[in-house]
Write a protein that binds this ligand. Structure first.
Ligand code: THU
Length: 161
């Protein structure tokens, strides 16, 4: 039997000072976006900021609902704002910050499966990768070159219709 291995590279910056200034600015924008979070049920706040190809920064956060499955993640909030208000503009980088006022989080959280799927299709649509910057209460930031790196063997619409 043939064996294939899929791997994912993560680059870790221990502090914001070791990031490019544009990446550090995007992480700050994602941290600001935490204030947009409506998360009374989980207390888990997720802020996201996307850098578009024209330099625009789009911010969004998770929006919860008492009917839990209706919750919208920060990443998909931002992608939805982008495709509705900045149609056709490519997302180059997305920074994602997590925070829980009840406990200090020191490791980054990475996007859930649903967000990985939507990020992956966004990459397919725009034909360029979306670089991810993941961080938490500490400034340690994980950089992943493409959202698809987090979703090997992703599903796509090639065989539909
Ligand atoms: N959440 C996100 O915003 N992004 C993710 O990728 C994972 C989870 C939100 C949804 C919900 O409001 C809270 O985090 C707890 O699941």
């Amino acid at each position: 039997m043939e064996k294939r291995t899929i791997s994912c590279n993560i680059h870790i910056a221990k502090s914001l000072e070791t990031l490019d200034s544009s990446d550090a600015q995007l992480v700050k924008a994602a941290r600001e976006a935490l204030s947009l979070s409506y998360s009374p049920y989980s207390n888990f706040k997720v802020g996201a900021a996307a850098l578009l190809e024209d330099g625009t920064i789009v911010k969004g956060a998770n929006q919860e609902n008492a009917a839990y499955p209706m919750c919208i993640c920060a990443e998909r909030s931002v992608l939805s704002i982008t495709s509705n208000s900045y149609m056709g503009k490519k997302v180059v980088v997305m920074a994602i910050v997590v925070h829980n006022p009840n406990q200090r989080i020191t490791v980054p959280a990475s996007p859930c499966g649903a967000c990985r799927q939507v990020l992956s299709e966004t990459e397919d649509r725009q034909k360029t990768p979306i670089r991810l910057l993941l961080t938490s209460d500490s400034d340690e930031t994980w950089m992943i070159g493409s959202a698809k790196d987090l979703l090997p063997l992703s599903f796509n619409g090639d065989l539909l219709s």
